[in-house]
Design a protein around this ligand. Structure first.
Ligand code: RET
Length: 313
């Protein structure tokens, strides 16, 4: 496969451009009329600053995962649900950042931008921009887990929790389609609009039902849920804004995009996680008591007794 950078190199080396229009083939020198040379292909790639940022966030996610695991050892297995969920969030983020920092999980999105001229036909210039699709894989796994943390905290019922998580998955998937969507047609921004509608469904469930259920758990839980859910909603709302100026309209450079998402990801995962786990430790009302298989495995009550098979036969 030819890498877009190789194509750029080849174009730079070629002395004559076959892209000059219009052209003349006759032997008598004729006035070729106005010519226009399309802009050379543009490559929007991460520089060393961007790559360094990816490595820094990878390290932060690893350290956060170690801290969250260590915190989980300080409580019995029956009260480790938040710890397990929150640790998986940072572990998945660490894996995704490792992929992006080492050059995996990135693809080139090719866009043709049309330029109109007054006396000659339109020309097109090519833009190749790096799209870090590993982010979307990360988000499709970690945002449902972040939502699960919040739903458990508020004590939201299973039905509304599943609707919020379903809307979240639609948002991430259609956001990925938007990132690779074609321009000049409604496709790209259509996907973006669907993702935004899904986001509003998610926000509605978290804000309205979350508040109702958290209030029923008492003033301390309600206050804490109000604070951490507001923090989450403000942060999450910044993601589609960054997307709009980065992947969406390409006004922000790839480095600026990496740095903006890095700040948001650190706040949305390690900072959110430590806040949740430390406050949860002081608020017994937020406990999700899990006995049985979760804490004790298939013990004497859960194991198949001799003769069970015979009964079914
Ligand atoms: C996209 C683009 C399409 C429109 C919308 C988006 C929202 C993304 C969100 C992502 C949250 C990510 C988090 C990551 C944590 O590390 C897909 C950017 C609405 C809300 C919290």
């Amino acid at each position: 496969m030819i890498h877009p950078e190789q194509v750029a190199e080849m174009l730079k080396k070629s002395k004559t451009s076959s892209l000059l229009i219009p052209t003349s083939t006759g032997s008598v020198p004729l006035d070729p009329g106005p010519t226009v040379k399309p802009d050379p292909a543009e490559y929007q790639l991460a520089s060393d600053d961007g790559k360094r940022t990816l490595w820094v966030v990878f390290v932060i996610m690893v350290v956060a995962s170690v801290i969250f695991s260590a915190l989980s050892w300080s409580v019995p297995m029956s009260r480790r649900l938040y710890h397990v969920i929150t640790t998986f969030i940072t572990v998945i983020a660490a894996i995704s950042y490792y992929g992006m920092a080492t050059g995996h999980g990135v693809a080139y999105h090719h866009v043709q931008v049309r330029q109109s001229h007054s006396h000659v036909p339109d020309t097109y210039s090519d833009i190749y921009r790096e799209v870090y699709w590993a982010r979307y894989v990360d988000w499709s796994l970690t945002t449902p887990l972040l939502l699960l943390d919040l739903c458990l905290l508020a004590g939201i019922d299973g039905g509304h929790t599943i609707i919020a998580i379903g809307a979240d998955l639609i948002m991430i998937l259609t956001g990925l389609f938007a990132a690779f969507g074609a321009e000049g047609t409604p496709q790209k921004w259509g996907w973006y609009a669907i993702a935004c509608i899904a986001y509003l469904v998610l926000v509605w469930h978290l804000a309205v039902h979350g508040n109702r259920f958290a209030t029923a758990k008492g003033s301390k839980v309600s206050k804490f849920f109000g604070a951490i859910a507001t923090f989450t909603l403000i942060l999450w709302t910044a993601y589609p804004i960054v997307w709009g100026v980065a992947d969406g309209s390409r006004k922000a450079s790839v480095d600026a995009e990496i740095i903006a998402y890095a700040i948001l990801d650190v706040l949305a995962k390690p900072v959110f996680g430590i806040w949740l786990l430390l406050t949860h430790a002081k608020l017994p009302e937020t406990n999700v008591e899990l006995g049985g298989y979760w804490s004790h495995g298939l013990g004497s009550e859960g194991t198949i007794r001799v003769g069970d098979d015979d009964e079914g036969a």
